[in-house]
Design a protein around this ligand. Structure first.
Ligand code: NMX
Ligand code: MLT
Length: 435
């Protein structure tokens, strides 16, 4: 087995041939049609971009390069990133992963000015804002930008993008851990440990006690699960759009993460734990199902969404939720927060279904999916291991999602995807031209 760079050198010409063949044979074929409702409705279901790293099947969930997530539960993040890029699962201790870990060791340093900038931020800054500022301020390190300015050839764009990607992947856990320790006054920063795997390294740099290595195991699972969710979700799609202008990966990933920081997307994980803890506080202990039902009904009555439930694509329980739930049943079955999440799962789908029926009677659109998504259960596990500062949770999601965004950037530059520029139309145009 070759290194990741060597393997991609072999694969990229094949992807380019495949793209050329598809365009020649099917370039004028129709993928689907777009309704006025879809144009107003966030382009839901519109097939308008290509993404090979992963696919979300509405009836099953995430497939990373054709592997169903629950069939590859035991992958570690460094294997996940190689799988996203190459479509092949490298051996955990094989040459590709060994070389990848050495790359991470070499690149994991953070420029001193990043710490200065973080320290200069207001102490109540949101951890996502701190993470994103840290990424953006490192833009001057971009290999892509430097080589582009010197006249980089188009067929080599992907190589410079991969170089930036490896730098970002190595620096992100260090930056994210620094944000945690600074923002929550946890004491000195903890260094990256050369030779330690990616997930355990991040866990270690956060500095939470982990006597049995379970938190490190959770971090590996967490980073694996959040890595990618095809191309159309807000973070990946934004990163892709910004990257399509040949903005370098620092700009593109930072833009994608600004999208992840929204409560309808990645920030839902903090909202979820907040919601669960609110029930526990209100009912002075883990609530029973009737109490959860009443709390959920009140949330909806107050015009809010129930965080962690519903999805733009999925129509079943998210396999990522199932995976976290299995972890919780194995390691944290007696934790009242985990038990509450489990009870919420028994109750909320029914509440949402009833609410959806009422909405339809009022002439509103139904709720398309009543089931939990990735954000519904992860917080209870983090909380169990002492990561109780839930405003930090989207930072963990970000470190993982960077893998998917970067793999997609490399892939798009390798096959030469064009700058994003869909056509918009005005309401007047619709009124006058659409039957
Ligand atoms: N609670 C209350 N109402 C909901 C929920 C929910 N969990 N899910 C959907 N709805 C409403 C939605 O707000 C919309 O109402 P309106 O027309 O008045 O604006 C209506 O149902 C139809 O929406 P859908 O077609 O079911 O969902 P859509 O594809 O537009 O949005 C989400 C998908 C995920 C944004 C939506 O389900 C939601 O807001 N869920 C809660 C937030 C959440 O968990 N987000 C995390 C998603 C995963 N991630 O990490 O990104
Ligand atoms: C994601 O992981 O990006 C979310 O589940 C949202 C999505 O796929 O739209």
């Amino acid at each position: 087995m070759a290194t990741l760079q060597e393997r991609l050198d072999e694969l990229v010409p094949k992807w380019r041939e495949e793209r050329a063949r598809l365009l020649k044979q099917k370039g004028q074929s129709v993928l689907g049609e777009v309704t006025v409702a879809q144009a107003f409705g966030g382009m839901r279901g519109v097939k308008g971009m290509v993404c090979d790293t992963s696919v979300v099947d509405p009836g099953k969930g995430l497939f990373i390069r054709e592997h169903f997530l629950l069939d590859i539960l035991d992958l570690w993040p460094e294997q996940t990133f190689c799988l996203l890029l190459t479509g092949e699962i490298p051996d955990r201790e094989g040459e590709m992963i060994r070389a990848f870990r050495l790359e991470m060791d070499k690149r994991s340093w953070l420029p001193g000015y990043v710490y200065d900038v973080l320290r200069a931020m207001p102490p109540d800054s949101h951890p996502m804002c701190m993470l994103n500022t840290g990424i953006l301020v490192m833009q001057r390190e971009s290999t892509f930008r430097k080589l582009y300015d010197k006249g980089l050839r188009k067929e080599d764009y992907w190589k410079a993008t991969l170089d930036d990607s490896l730098n970002l992947l190595a620096k992100l856990p260090v930056l994210a851990a620094a944000v945690y320790r600074l923002r929550y006054e946890k004491g000195d920063f903890i260094d990256w440990t050369p030779g330690l795997d990616y997930g355990a390294n991040y866990a270690n740099m956060l500095g939470l006690p982990d006597p049995f290595g379970q938190f490190a195991e959770l971090m590996r699972l967490y980073l694996h699960f959040h890595c990618d969710h095809e191309g159309g979700n807000v973070s990946a799609n934004t990163c892709h759009t910004v990257g399509s202008a040949l903005s370098d990966p620092f700009y593109a990933v930072s833009a994608g993460l600004s999208g992840l920081a929204g409560p309808l997307h990645g920030l839902a994980n903090q909202e979820c734990l907040r919601w669960v803890l609110d029930t526990i506080e209100l009912f002075r202990g883990a609530p029973n199902e009737e109490e959860i039902e009443a709390f959920a009904a009140k949330t909806l009555h107050d015009g809010k969404v129930i965080p962690g439930y519903g999805h733009a694509v999925l129509r079943v329980t998210d396999p990522r939720f199932i995976g976290f739930n299995r972890f919780g049943k194995k390691y944290t079955p007696d934790d009242p927060v985990f038990q509450t999440v489990d009870r919420v799962f028994n109750v909320v789908p029914k509440v949402l279904q009833r609410h959806s029926e009422e909405r339809v009677k009022e002439g509103k659109s139904p709720i398309a999916n009543f089931y939990p998504n990735v954000d519904a259960g992860s917080g209870a596990l983090l909380h169990h291991y002492g990561l109780v500062e839930f405003e930090y949770y989207t930072v963990l999601f970000s470190v993982s999602r960077a893998m998917g965004m970067l793999a997609q950037l490399v892939w798009n530059r390798a096959v030469g995807t064009a700058i994003t520029r869909p056509k918009s139309i005005s309401m007047k145009w619709i009124a006058e031209n659409v039957k």
